[in-house]
Design a protein around this ligand. Sequence first.
Ligand code: EPU
Length: 435
Amino acid sequence: MVHGGRPLFGELEMPTAKNSILPILAAAVLTRGAVCIRRAPLLQDVETSMQLLAALGCPAVRAGQDLLLSCGGPVGDTVPRPLMAAMRSSIYYLAPMLARAGRARLSFPGGCRLGARPIDIHLEGLRAMGARVSAEGDQLECEAPDGLQGTRFHLRFPSVGATETLMMAAAAARGETVLTGVAREPEIRDLADFLNACGGKVRGAGTSRIIIRGGPLHGCEYTPIPDRITAQTVLCAGAICGGELLLRRTPFEPVRPLADFLAQAGCKVRRLDHDRVSLVSDGRLSALGELSTGVYPSFATDAGPLLAAAMLTADGTTRLRETIFTNRFACSTQFSKMGADLRCQGSVLEIRGVLALRGARMEASDLRGGAALVIAALAAEGESRIGGMEYIRRGYEDIGGMFGALGAVIGCRTQPEREHSTVRYGAICDRMIQE
Ligand code: EPU
């Protein structure tokens, strides 16, 4: 529930990136030692990952803000179907299972309905490393009884997920793997940094060529990078609502494409130092004309719906082309309920700015589209109710609390329960840390 129409003022520290911690948790299955992930956010997808880890015999426990797990024992070879269906990131467990158990049985992953999300590049790369892969219906069986073998492999598209799958496979393979045409997102570099902290040998992450020498991995203590998409969510909200914001734990480079667009629209966005960004906006924005999303370092597909929300009341027309997913703008039908003027044709969302938005009842149908509805509701006059919070909770620990801290009037019916899991598992965590 959002009572909109107020400017946003204040400071926020960005949480850990969902898209970093999820592959890192899967990569922990490759290690034989205790892994401690610092500042683990309370996201639905992290909770699902913990269930998945438990199902594989690597139970993870929370200790305050940290997550502890140990994968020294035997690793299972089957992921239960509901856990595969619960999130896209379940596919990250394929390579670690193959490496540790010699085979993997799973169904195709679920996740946000952003259009077709095949995993052919993941599978092609694993085949090149010696895995036998067979698919029947939505059931997948992979085997590598003699282990994986280092290879040279070129990705026909710089898929983030496929790059991460193949990095994990290569870290456990015999010999050297050279991956070209890989994704360059900051989360890729973070996964490489994690693997290296575990004794891995990964070079080149962040460029389009990664070289990995396989070998045994030990446990480590690791803090993943902050969430650049959450930062962009807050910046877009500040831009349309008006106000003054300071974002801590926010390196500028990953948010630069959005910051440039917001500056062009009339906001003042500044890099204050290596991890602080400020935004000042009077809420009266100019439309941006033609723009498009792209792979990193271009403007992120995840930020597309967020910027679209910020443009709903901008003066003029913005045409935003999505180049990664076929159904990125499902939120546009919900924006219309607030009186927005837009048309979605194929991959292009055309937004003609209106003078004001009015509160409405809306339904989120994916994570970033859901966050975009919250942004628009914060700027709308009157009350909005947004359903489908289960999508938003996949990537935002407490979106109500986050915007509430900036002066928004916003409430969510249920709150995350960090205390509960901390108290219950505290003693086990202390023991694991000592060990
Ligand atoms: N693709 C293929 N074959 C593959 C893999 C991908 O054709 O084997 C295509 C997809 O269909 C899509 C494009 O490549 O059209 C990009 O997919 P990619 O694999 O790069 O995306 P992903 O790994 O599934 C991650 C993020 C997404 C983010 C995209 C793009 C995670 C957990 N998810 O997804 O984040 O939008 O990269 O940057 O890292 C989100 O956080 O809400 C989210 C959806």
